[in-house]
Design a binder for this molecule. Sequence first.
Ligand SMILES: [Zn+2]
Ligand SMILES: [Zn+2]
Length: 653
Amino acid sequence: MIPAISLSTNIAISTNLTATSGPNVSQRHRNSNTPNSLLKSLAKSGKLDDALRLIESWPSKFPATEPDVEAYSVFLHACISRRSLEHGQRLYRQLLLHRNGGNLRLLNNPTLKSKLITLFSICGRVDDAFGVFEDGIDDEHVPGQVWVAMAIGCSRNGQPERALLLYCEMLCRFVQPGNFAFSAALKASVDLLNLRFGISVHAQIVKSKEEPDQVVNNALLRLYAELGCSDEVLKVFDGMPQRNLVSWNTLIAGFISQDQIFDSLHTFRRMQIEGMGFSWVTLTTILPVCGRVTALHSGKEIHAQILKSVNRPDIFVLNSLMDMYAKCGTIDYCRRVFYRMQSKDLTSWNTMLTGYALNGFMEKAQELFYEMVESDMKPDGITFIALLSGCSHAGLTDEGQRFFSKMKLDYGVSPTAEHYACLIDILGRAGRIKEALQVMENMPMKPSSTIWGSLLNSCRLHGNVSLAELIAEQLFELEPNNPGNYIMLSNIYANAEMWEGVKMVRDMMEERGIKKEAGCSWIQIKNRVHTFVAGGGFELRNSPEFKKVWSELMKATQDNGYIPSTSVVLHDVNEDLKTSWVCGHSERLATSFALIHTADEMPIRITKNLRVCVDCHTWLKHVSCITGRLIVLRDTNRFHHFKGGACSCKDYW
Ligand SMILES: [Zn+2]
Ligand SMILES: [Zn+2]
């Protein structure tokens, strides 16, 4: 049945115009007045309702005019760009209604079919899309473009497996894959983490007559980058006739996913040297890397590029920039970016808050929290993790407890295991271990290893050996291979001068084959990020300039009252060797190197992969006093800002 909708007056055209195919009618006249051209112009100007009314009244009003594939295609294109499912569905219904009255030609047209499939799948209606796809599949030759549209539709709706099956079925029906099919199959392989399938598609690309285009090459790059084949990534990248921003971004992201931090930074530089520029995606990918290894110099360079850029940076870039500054311990820069942002989202507020909390500026963090609430930004779970962990690091027990009880009551945020872990940490650090244990017993979830770990650290801070032993037992069961737990227990014994205990832990580690993770520190000087490994750096340590600075430091720190404490050394060796081991910790090598290679006033920023040891913490305080330098050390736990002989953590860590 034909829906009885008449054309609205503003698009009414007289039926005698349908007979405009006579030879004496000029081309121009025909183009502007046929129902087909009217349909196109309505669709192009977004008047989809009117266009649809025209389509639905077509059979009765213009029986003599055949609908044009191009006009329908323009209409569907408009539906896709507006994601208007309803208009597409009505068009499809109309086509089915007159299936035998001439519409079969349109229904089987590959362009219209692909467009309908695309429309339905972008609107989340994969089954409807399949309905269109399968209609007539056994009677007709279905060209590649329809298969590809359906495969992309599946991928788009989280069904990559179905996409790959379609690709295989297409090959079984002897439909030659082209570049579109290749890139769809590669994308699905990446989504399924199916490297073997991806490689077989690569083989087909090599054998194909069609030259792979940039989209296919980028898909190949992504395949190898995301599935961890660095060599292949470089091979594809170097063999590409042309590379665009997507290619470079994929290469950088690939390095990062494989933890090849320096390669990613190097690639970003190469990209700049080769005049490639960057996109906002490049920056949101590379800025976290700068934050991770405290590459402040690179981070600042990127900031300068953002400022010089003609386009205004999006909120994601600015949030990443703030995060980088916060992680480099430069909270002033972070604040400047934050207050200059024209619009801020929840991530912006949380990043600023976390920055303050991590760097030990809890007063500022609390002020900011109230500013956030006043500006009608609703805090979430991350907001409270920032506040609670900040309170814990700063020893603000009462404030921490208050935030914990207020988060649900006043802000409707239910505490998760992480929030409980923070509260337990706050109480434990304050020496209120009994209360901490009570919270742990009453919490609605099972205590995680983080919670046991924080309790163990509280025992270390307060010298509670017997409780530490009980907690360590739990931890060894939960995380039998984490060296950090063993080292913590050993330190607790050492602080209590219980050397038998130290030996027991050492034997246990040996028995279980657990090795202490090598300490590693990073600093950036100009464009280069330097890595220092504990006990390593022989060349550096034997260089005359290092020897000079080192012996000057030794003398000055000792004159300043520093006595090396070797209790952190786990191995049973003589005192001299213990001292030399402690002095070879990576943060000391990094500090000495920075003293040689940077100007007198420059702050020294170090990142470390482990928690700083007590002795290095003391040593760094002395060095900051003697040299007058600000030394910012970020370890796995928090920031330490050493200045004038004191640390921002007030030795509470
Ligand atoms: Zn150390
Ligand atoms: Zn500290």
